[in-house]
Ligand binder design. Structure first.
Ligand code: UDP
Length: 242
């Protein structure tokens, strides 16, 4: 929408699978996914085009399965399918609230959702549908952070939003070091130079090479997504060189 008062027109939101567990230690807490759906719908109604990538860590992670003796590629395939499960739950939560949604998977699984096709994904967003991009990159040995960076670049997102439990990037773990300093803004080079943890290396390299701005923020406060889209400086922004 050209008359949108938003600072960002098209965004990609990455939420970890773990975030969906809420207080549980496995699976999906309906309250948590419902709240996430409310946030996304609020942003979309305000005029933003919103793509979503959800992880699978609440169900399976390939690395964890491999540590238990499973073949890594099989484990990663299970992890990718876990992200499809989460995407379907998110689709349901969004549709229950009246939103129009398409789940698009990097792994062909046509009976449950569409295949990811870039031009079609962009078209869905242009038509006011929320796009949920499932199954990460479709390849083992990657994470959904990489899937999120890849999809954000492919769809021409203005910003990749990474929702976490922490309210930004710190110079040390704020749970262990209460005097840890939170950054408002960082360049890609500062993140690399100081060895800060923002996203995994492959995801970060993708974002940096394409100058894709990243915002790391805490999703727990209601209304935060829309406030960010309106240009509020919440969490940590990673953008620019040197
Ligand atoms: N995965 C993969 N390729 C991808 C994305 C994900 O193999 O492109 C697998 C991998 O095993 C990963 C799991 O899916 O551990 C779940 O994704 P992730 O760990 O990123 O979920 P999150 O930590 O965000 O919940």
């Amino acid at each position: 929408m050209s008359s949108s008062p938003l600072a960002y027109r098209r965004v990609l939101l990455k939420v970890s699978g773990e975030a969906l567990m809420g207080g549980e230690d496995y699976g999906i807490d309906p309250k948590v996914i419902g709240r996430l759906a409310d946030e996304v719908i609020e942003a979309q109604k305000a005029g933003a085009e919103v793509g979503v990538v959800i992880g699978g860590g609440n169900i399976f992670r390939g690395a964890g399965l491999a540590a238990g003796g499973m073949d890594r590629v099989t484990g990663d395939q299970m992890g990718m399918l876990a992200t499809v499960i989460n995407a379907l739950a998110m689709q349901d939560a969004l549709e229950k609230r009246g939103a129009r949604v398409r789940v698009m998977s990097a792994i062909k699984i046509n009976d449950v959702c569409e295949d990811y096709i870039r031009r079609r994904a962009i078209r869905h967003l242009e038509k006011g549908r929320i796009g949920i991009f499932a199954a990460g990159t479709g390849n083992p040995f990657f994470t959904t952070d990489s899937g999120a960076a890849l999809r954000a670049i492919e769809i021409g997102a203005d910003l990749l939003l990474k929702a976490t439990k922490v309210d930004g990037v710190y110079d040390a773990d704020p749970k262990k070091f209460p005097d840890a300093k939170r950054y408002d803004r960082l360049t890609y080079d500062e993140v690399l130079g100081q060895g800060l943890e923002v996203m995994d290396t492959a995801a970060f390299a993708l974002a940096r090479d394409s100058d894709l701005p990243l915002r790391i923020f805490d999703m727990s406060q209601p209304g935060v997504l829309l406030r960010i889209l309106r240009g509020e400086n919440i969490g940590t922004l990673v953008q620019g060189r040197a």
